[in-house]
Design a protein around this ligand. Structure first.
Ligand SMILES: NC(=O)c1ccc[n+]([C@@H]2O[C@H](COP(=O)([O-])OP(=O)(O)OC[C@H]3O[C@@H](n4cnc5c(N)ncnc54)[C@H](OP(=O)(O)O)[C@@H]3O)[C@@H](O)[C@H]2O)c1
Length: 314
């Protein structure tokens, strides 16, 4: 452990960070040691990481001093925030700032900040195609992360731009639903545009590739996506994998989607409208070849379905 480079992993018990912990722990000759950060070292996922050789350290994104301690002595830090826990863009930006302040204080040599784009830059301020949310944001969980990029800019940082997790099919209630006529259908406001997607576990694996590549990636923005698929294409792969017959795609308008009323419907509606209206910009920032070069075993959608399809509700 002493001769290895310590990678401090925020969100080690979550999708992105856990993927990175797995990558480090599965590569004992890779020269890196895993420091898993959690608020609760006693939780099962943290104890499982400890049992596999990770150093588990307690810290809280709201407590910058705890983050400084958790980053001390680390070569690398993987920084991620979780908007969905509190749904506040302002809080997310503050938590990200805390991470950047702590990484600077601890003298971390390579930071990866899991960010997204500022969608406000894609539209003029008076554009009326979608509502503003939380006062000043188009897609709060995108814009809030992008707003924090400036705090990382003076550090040796790689900006990692995450993509839609295919895991949302089971973890975010986005699977097709069976209608009274027995036909499965799903609704998205994506028209015929392509959605950049990835198995969540692969984001951390791409990050591991970046840490291993080192300084060549400092100062760069790297997209983490495996494939850009239309909803029709996703439906056809999904239909075969689940054995449920054809899946009907209701290509609803963004306004209709925002009106669905589930928690986060407005946020998701705005996000997917951005994917639809700015396909070139969003997918252009997520070059699948760049990510695959960093993580050659990255799952395709079919491989993701073969591995995780049993979790998708029928
Ligand atoms: N779902 C998608 O398609 C998608 C796509 C792109 C980007 N994202 C972004 O991904 C982010 C979430 O990442 P994820 O999916 O890896 O998370 P996740 O699986 O939901 O897990 C959340 C992680 O964050 C940690 N965490 C939350 N609040 C914390 C705090 N105050 N202090 C310390 N740790 C804290 C949790 O650690 P403990 O509970 O153990 O402390 C846990 O490890 C979100 O901001 C989201 O916008 C999601």
């Amino acid at each position: 452990m002493a001769d290895k480079r310590i990678i401090a992993v925020v969100g080690a018990t979550g999708s992105q960070g856990h993927g990175l912990c797995e990558a480090i722990l599965n590569d004992p000759r890779g020269g890196c040691a895993c420091r898993a950060i959690t608020r609760d070292p006693g939780k099962e996922k943290a104890r499982a990481l400890a049992a596999r050789g990770a150093e588990v350290v307690a810290a809280d994104l709201d407590d910058v001093e705890s983050l400084k301690k958790a980053f001390t002595g680390a070569y690398g830090a993987y920084c991620v925030t979780n908007f969905w826990e509190h749904l506040s863009a302002a809080k997310e930006t503050q938590q990200a700032k805390n991470l950047a302040v702590a990484a600077k204080a601890a003298g971390v040599k390579h930071v990866i900040w899991s960010t997204l784009e500022d969608t406000r830059g894609l539209m003029s301020a008076d554009d009326r195609r979608m509502p503003m949310l939380q006062g000043v944001y188009r897609v709060p969980h995108f814009d809030a992360k992008a707003e924090a990029d400036k705090y990382f800019a003076a550090l040796p940082v790689t900006f990692l731009i995450a993509s839609f997790y295919w895991d949302n099919l089971y973890s975010f209630g986005l699977a097709p639903k069976k209608g009274a006529d027995g036909v499965y259908s799903w609704a998205f406001p994506m028209a015929d545009k392509r959605l950049a997607g990835i198995a969540a576990e692969d984001i951390g694996q791409v990050a591991y590739g970046i840490f291993k590549a080192g300084p060549a990636y400092v100062g760069r923005r790297v997209g983490a996506a495996s494939q850009h698929l239309t909803i029709e294409e996703m439906g056809s792969h999904l239909s075969k994998a689940l054995g449920v017959g054809p899946i009907r795609y209701d290509a609803v308008s963004p306004d209709a989607y925002r009106g669905f009323g589930f928690p986060g419907a407005q946020e998701m509606g705005n996000m997917m409208q951005v994917y639809r209206d700015f396909e070139k910009e969003i997918n252009g920032a997520r070059d699948t070849e760049v990510a695959r070069a960093l993580h050659p075993a990255m799952l395709t959608f079919d491989q993701f379905l073969a591995k995780h399809g049993d979790k998708i509700p029928r």
